[in-house]
Design a protein around this ligand. Structure first.
Ligand code: ZN
Length: 135
């Protein structure tokens, strides 16, 4: 049976990654691994490893995207928590079977990973992302 393995990352939505790095990198001292454009999510992401997980700073790149609208409405802050699973396909099937509301019924393929979102209404107001690492 599919299992949750660990927290892969916590994502924070920010207006501007460079400004956000002042706190997370310069002041708090986290290491910046790299910054990546993620066109499928209309965002730019800074990856800051912390132990086995990561903090991700996410800056929307398209003002029409869901993430940009979220930022406009609620301001900067926690956006989602990402749980790494061993088998995302099976996990989605299990959740579906249990009547859990999903945003993505099928996993989305990205370089090195497959991902899907669980609806925040099913998870106490928290947007939960599932990841299966494929590389
Ligand atoms: Zn994420």
């Amino acid at each position: 049976m599919a299992k949750v393995k660990k927290i892969n990352h916590v994502a924070i939505v920010v207006e501007n990654i460079d400004h956000a790095l002042t706190f997370w990198k310069e002041q708090l001292g986290l290491e910046l691994d790299h910054i990546e454009e993620v066109p499928s999510q209309a965002s730019k992401v800074a990856f800051l490893p912390v132990g086995e997980g990561e903090v991700e700073l996410v800056q929307p790149t398209d003002p029409e995207s869901g993430m940009a609208k979220y930022l406009e409405k609620r301001g900067e802050g926690m956006h989602h928590i990402c749980l790494e699973v061993d088998d995302i396909e099976e996990m989605l099937a299990i959740l579906n079977e249990k009547g859990v509301r999903l945003i993505n019924q099928e996993p989305i393929d990205l370089p090195g990973r497959r991902m899907a979102f669980i609806h925040p209404k099913a998870a106490n107001g928290v947007l939960v992302e599932l990841y299966e690492i494929t590389a």
